[in-house]
Design a protein around this ligand. Structure first.
Ligand SMILES: C[S@@+](CC[C@H](N)C(=O)[O-])C[C@H]1O[C@@H](n2cnc3c(N)ncnc32)[C@H](O)[C@@H]1O
Length: 280
């Protein structure tokens, strides 16, 4: 069945355009189609029908903030809807392979690649879930997992808020025996299922739900969620982590909030851009 999408047609003065594009990239992770760069930049953003009203609200809040901060901002957007068939081939060209580290490279589903010895390749069909490997918060988790794995050799991993499944897939490719991935969004579960199949992995247990429904504990828990989502579930995350809890999606200035709520020492911190990953 064809899916409904929304397209934002943006026209922004050149001084402010990169900031607006950053906002859109961070929120959607879907890439933008740049149409014209001059005194005014014109570009299009894409939003799935299911989450459009929520995304639109978030975008409007952030754009209103930019308009308040920059008196010279001229930001116009026209919205239109269309069906998926007309779009699918266009947006793919904006997803490029991401080298996360010398050991790890993330490819869009349609790229072919033969990994070198010792190298891990992950293929992702971005679909409508978060986690293409381009976002700093995802990269922080991937890099932290790669760094801690050789010493800790966990036997089990729970990925809370799996999105595309990228972190669970890395867990399995590193050799973790039991990997479970959960997400509250059915579209994420659908996307993760597709990516697990794409990477030819058979035994990741995928479930729709939140940490409160999890029984038992795991050597590693990785959760790339926002601070406001982490805080109410932090006790559950802590209780389910047998050895290591990797938390990402945290702005550097929010790190103390998380540390206070954890009430135990943070043993590893990694920064990228404005984001931080904390390991307990
Ligand atoms: C920022 S994305 C992270 C995706 C992927 N793990 C990555 O690192 O790129 C956060 C995901 O968490 C999901 N999520 C939000 N709140 C959640 C909760 N309380 N329990 C489980 N998943 C949640 C969202 O649906 C979304 O797919």
């Amino acid at each position: 069945m064809a899916r409904q999408w929304y397209r934002g047609k943006w026209r922004v003065n050149k001084e402010i355009a990169p900031l607006v594009m950053d906002v859109l990239n961070q929120l959607t992770q879907r890439g933008l189609e740049v149409k014209h760069e001059g005194e005014y930049w014109e570009f299009w953003s894409y939003h799935p029908g299911d989450t459009w009203s929520q995304e639109q609200k978030e975008i409007e809040t952030r754009i209103a903030l930019l308009t308040t901060l920059f008196s010279d901002a001229s930001i116009e957007c026209e919205w239109e809807s269309f069906l998926e068939e007309n779009w699918q081939n266009n947006w793919r060209k904006y997803f490029k392979p991401q080298r996360v580290s010398s050991q790890l490279i993330v490819f869009p589903a349609w790229e072919r690649y033969q990994p070198q010895a010792g190298e891990i390749a992950i293929w992702i069909e971005p679909g409508m879930a978060f986690g293409t490997g381009t976002h700093e918060t995802t990269q922080l988790c991937l890099k932290t997992m790669l760094e801690l794995f050789p010493e800790e050799k966990p036997q089990s991993l729970l990925d809370v808020g799996t999105g595309t499944g990228i972190l669970a897939i890395l867990g399995k490719k590193l050799g973790i025996k039991e990997v479970v991935a959960i997400d509250i969004d059915p579209l994420a579960i659908e996307a993760a299922q597709e990516n697990i199949r794409l990477n030819q992995i058979k035994d990741i247990k995928l479930e729709k739900g939140s940490i409160s429904e999890i029984r038992g504990s795991y050597d590693w828990i990785v959760a790339n969620l926002e601070t406001k989502i982490i805080l109410p579930i932090i006790k559950d995350l802590k209780n389910c982590a047998r050895k290591t809890l990797i938390l990402s999606g945290i702005l550097a200035e929010e790190a103390t909030l998380i540390q206070e709520a954890m009430d135990s020492p943070c043993r590893y911190t990694r920064h990228q851009g404005e984001w931080v990953c904390l390991v307990f």
